[in-house]
Design a protein around this ligand. Structure first.
Ligand SMILES: C[S@@+](CC[C@H](N)C(=O)[O-])C[C@H]1O[C@@H](n2cnc3c(N)ncnc32)[C@H](O)[C@@H]1O
Length: 241
């Protein structure tokens, strides 16, 4: 038995602080009010507070187990919910979506409504920074059991975590993540569907929601986007009209 709370704790073991977090942290530290959409267990905003951020930090996530971990810190505002349900209006200088959380916005309606809600939450001229895996790199082809990761969770359990892709269709990749023992016995299987969006589609969606793309990179070192870049990293500015 591996609970939702165990999975939320394991997430932080599987996703340690990386170059994407450092990229986002610089922007967070430079903004006085920050909304982290799909904040998960809240590592980015917790770090920002630790590094001396004195302004408003607000994390939003629909996953109760992830948010329960975030809420261990009471010096950051944590809100349960999805991006499209955001009610804030003109409150934030910066919104971020990190850890490929953007790919959780799957349907056309969900994505458009989420972008519109994020735009509404920002002040005019505010920024929205996020990354999404580039469909051109076909990263899902490496999500196979033979690429399993061996990890030790916070409780000291020796685990193996592996992925299987069930379907690739219409820009959506459905995969399972199995958490098991080291001999390959599954303890639990989680299924997810991620949307892969190319840069041109992304730009059209952003423009329709009131954003102008200001920066675009293919990796965290700010190299330009190329057809086979692993990521599409975007910083967009909230514009009026
Ligand atoms: C891969 S995690 C990324 C967590 C964190 N941002 C990070 O960098 O580690 C994706 C997060 O997006 C959240 N999520 C899923 N659907 C969402 C939605 N519609 N709106 C906002 N967040 C969502 C999930 O609950 C999950 O915590």
């Amino acid at each position: 038995m591996y609970t939702d709370e165990d999975v939320a704790a394991l997430y932080e073991v599987l996703n340690p602080w990386g170059p994407g977090d450092a990229f986002s942290l610089d922007r967070v530290m430079a903004a006085t009010s920050v909304l982290d959409v799909g904040c998960g267990p809240g590592g980015l905003l917790r770090r920002a507070r630790d590094e001396g951020h004195t302004g408003r930090l607000c994390g939003l996530d629909p996953d109760p187990a992830a948010l329960a971990r975030a809420r261990a810190r009471t010096d950051v505002e944590w809100v349960g919910g999805r991006a499209e349900d955001l009610t804030a209006t003109g409150e934030f200088e910066l919104a971020v979506m990190t850890g490929n959380a953007f790919q959780e916005l799957r349907g056309d309606h969900d994505l458009a409504a989420s972008l519109a809600a994020i735009r509404r939450a920002l002040v005019s001229g505010g920024r929205f920074a996020f990354e999404t895996r580039n469909p051109g790199a076909r990263e899902w082809e490496s999500w196979r059991p033979e690429n399993a990761m061996d990890v030790v969770d916070a409780a000291g359990r020796e685990l193996r975590v592996w992925h299987d892709v069930e379907a690739v269709a219409n820009g959506l990749v459905t995969l399972t993540e199995t958490t098991g023992t080291r001999d390959g016995t599954p303890l639990r299987v989680d299924r997810a569907t991620l949307r892969f969006t190319d840069a041109a589609t992304l730009d059209a969606l952003l423009a329709a929601a009131g954003f102008e793309v200001e920066e675009r990179y293919g990796w965290w070192d700010r190299r330009p986007l190329a057809p086979d870049s692993r990521l599409i990293i975007t910083v967009a500015r909230a514009v009026d009209g």
